[in-house]
Design a binder for this molecule. Structure first.
Ligand code: ADQ
Length: 477
């Protein structure tokens, strides 16, 4: 059996008992083959920016998994990570051209770090390794590896949305980026909508032809594409809900909020998650449906994220002010409508919190998938489940049709749907939950990784393992 090599921007701490989505998925697939996980250590080293002579890969063995990590220097961190990944690709891929900062130095840093990753990874590879590259930080990695002679099977999975062609085309290096994807053997996306956007892009910008077997032919190469909606480990999550910490959290919340109706939001504090719009909708709920006053309480947990990127600072201030205003305007001595917590919640406590909530508000403006939606479903009591209010713009909406779907930009409509969720009969709640549970069980995280790897192994190889045409002479170099 071939060894699996996973490459992502950051590796996770494999010793932690319960980690988040990607770590669980990756760990499981790596354990099956005794694989390697390669990525940035999260550390910044002092060094001359021009050379990576001191950058050495640290190898650690945990069980049958090898962790290979390297440090970045300050300039690379600034231009590759803060700059191109978080200030160009993240906003554009979430349709936020207004927040993108197309500084040419960022593109050069992005290319440099992808080359560094390729150079450091190559000597660690065995000829029959299967390589699985994750997310927007590393789009050109396979093209760089191919340019160095790597002939391994390489797959790519994009965790964030693929925007429509004309949004993608706003990135000055868009052609270079999309062409690099053709160095992979398989490119996986979260949803069918993402596959369609990518297909339209290569058809309109590169005259690509769609071939049988979910293949696209462009830039003299053939690439297999597909939708592999990421899932969660449903059993592991349901078991966490029965653990001591999960049960304690549930009991505490149910006691504390016995006279109230609890609504919950759990997100990173990110502008893609639609947090201000959610608070506006909740405010409208209180204004338009007064029976919720002194009763409905929104707990919004927003974990700190990318605090050194400017747009996140503005969002933090906006949330502080919106939540302060709603509490000031509607709050009573014994009831505050919003509890806004700008912190992470320990993963073991999340299931209890989900289970104690009547309604989950998962209302991103744009999201690749959104695993909180699936975790909420998995943690419910099947005999008395809560209701999921889900943005139609989350990748999860393609699968989770029995949730109450909303347009988060429509404050009035969202408030109305939240009211419907709060007043839904138990029969309807059970029937929707049963259908949703069936879906997340069928398409769980094991299905996600095994179907991606199966298709990667089955993908027809491109005619040659040569560098992608024109790759080394493009504008990002
Ligand atoms: P994220 O944008 O980080 O991930 P999401 O899928 O919502 O988004 O969450 C990932 C994990 O973080 C979940 O397991 C969740 O429980 C946890 N989490 C989020 N907020 C938390 C908080 N405040 N406290 C504790 N835990 C929290 C990206 C894409 C998503 C895609 C995932 C996986 O943006 O669209 O679903 O990758 O592919």
């Amino acid at each position: 059996m071939s060894r699996l090599v996973v490459v992502s921007n950051r590796t996770a701490d494999l010793r932690k008992a319960a980690a988040g989505g990607l770590a669980v998925a990756v760990k499981e697939s790596l354990q099956q083959t005794g694989g390697m996980w390669f990525g940035w250590s999260g550390k910044i080293r002092d060094a001359a920016p021009e050379s990576d002579s001191e950058t050495s890969v640290r190898l650690q063995t945990i069980g049958n998994i090898q962790l290979a990590t390297l440090d970045l220097n300050q300039q690379d961190y600034d231009s590759y990570y803060l700059g191109y990944a978080n200030d160009v690709l993240w906003p554009v891929f979430h349709y936020r051209l207004d927040l993108a900062n197309f500084d040419v130095r960022f593109a050069a840093g992005y290319r440099r770090v992808n080359q560094l990753f390729a150079r450091k990874l190559l000597p660690l590879l065995r000829p029959d390794d299967i390589i699985w590259v994750h997310d927007y930080h590393l789009i050109p990695l396979a093209a760089e590896l191919r340019a160095m002679g790597c002939g391994n099977r390489i797959g790519f999975f994009l965790h964030v949305p693929m925007p429509p062609p004309l949004i993608m085309a706003a990135i000055p290096e868009h052609e270079w980026l999309m062409r690099s994807l053709f160095a992979y053997d398989l490119a996986g996306f979260q949803s069918e909508a993402d596959v369609t956007h990518f297909t339209h892009y290569v058809e309109s910008e590169a005259g690509a032809d769609a071939l049988p077997g979910a293949q696209l032919r462009a830039f003299n190469r053939t690439l297999r594409v597909g939708a592999y909606p990421i899932g969660i480990d449903v059993d592991e999550f349901a078991a966490l809900a029965q653990d001591r910490e999960g049960v304690e959290m549930f009991d505490r919340m149910r006691q504390e909020y016995s006279r109230r109706r609890l609504l919950l939001g759990v997100d990173r504090l990110d502008y893609s998650k639609g947090l201000p719009q959610r608070v506006h909708a909740f405010r409208e709920l209180l204004a338009n449906y007064p029976e919720n006053r002194n009763s409905a309480t929104l707990i919004q947990i927003a974990s700190p994220s990318r605090e050194d990127v400017g747009a996140y600072d503005d969002l933090r201030r906006e949330m502080d002010s919106l939540c302060g205003a709603i509490n000031g305007d509607f709050g009573e001595l014994d009831w505050m409508p919003v509890r806004y917590i700008h912190r992470n919640v320990a993963r073991k406590r999340l299931p209890g919190l989900y289970r104690a909530s009547r309604v989950a508000l998962v209302t991103p403006l744009r999201d690749g998938m959104n695993l909180v939606a699936k975790e909420f479903i998995a943690a419910q009591d099947p005999g008395d489940p809560g209701v999921l209010v889900l943005s139609r713009f989350a990748g999860a909406a393609e699968q989770l049709k029995e949730a109450l779907l909303v347009n988060p930009y429509d404050t009035h409509g969202t408030a109305h749907v939240i009211q419907r969720a709060l007043t839904m009969s138990i029969e309807e709640r059970i029937s929707r939950h049963t259908a949703l549970m069936g879906r997340i069980r069928q398409f769980d995280v094991h299905w996600w990784s095994s179907s991606f790897l199966r298709d990667l192994l089955a993908a027809e190889r491109s005619d040659d393992r040569e560098p992608v045409p024109g790759h080394s002479a493009d504008r990002a170099s």
